[in-house]
Design a protein around this ligand. Sequence first.
Ligand code: SF4
Length: 185
Amino acid sequence: MPEYAAENALDAQRDLPEFYWTAETKMNCLKQAVSETRDNAYAHHIQRLMVLGNFALIAGIKPDDVNAWFLGVYADAYEWVELPNVSGMTLFADGGYLASKPYAASGAYINRMSTYCKSCAYKVSQKNGPDACPFNYLYWDFLIRNQDKLGKNPRMGMPYRTLGKMDEAKKQAIIADSQAFFDQI
Ligand code: SF4
């Protein structure tokens, strides 16, 4: 410190979406996690790391914005523990000083760990298109965007091998769906 607080190893530059404050989103997992946070100034570990944090990671939200949000909304947030958890463990903004890989996940993980997907407007089983779970294409878009920084990480070998086998049309569909999604948040 204080340099650690300014780390942004993945060069994430997107503003925090408004729905982190309003809970107005069709993504049920985020809607519920933000609503419960707003009501209780508390959310459990999976909501923080794998829903709210995972979305911020794969959507490329600025670490400064994400840290300010986590610090502001949780009753148990103190910077000495919040900052390494958010910048290190959640956003990989420290380039791997604390965690050996980014905790990025698609909708399948959220579906395994919760009941949110059952009542969501999006389909967790769908990978592309307007009804697909945004976590599905954003996960691959995150890997494509950060290939130069993460492609050689030994713990990311499996997803990058899968990405390597994807045909160009599929990759273009992922990029197009992600861009359309970013345009409307
Ligand atoms: S389908 Fe996707 S957006 Fe909807 S609750 Fe499941 S993980 Fe979240």
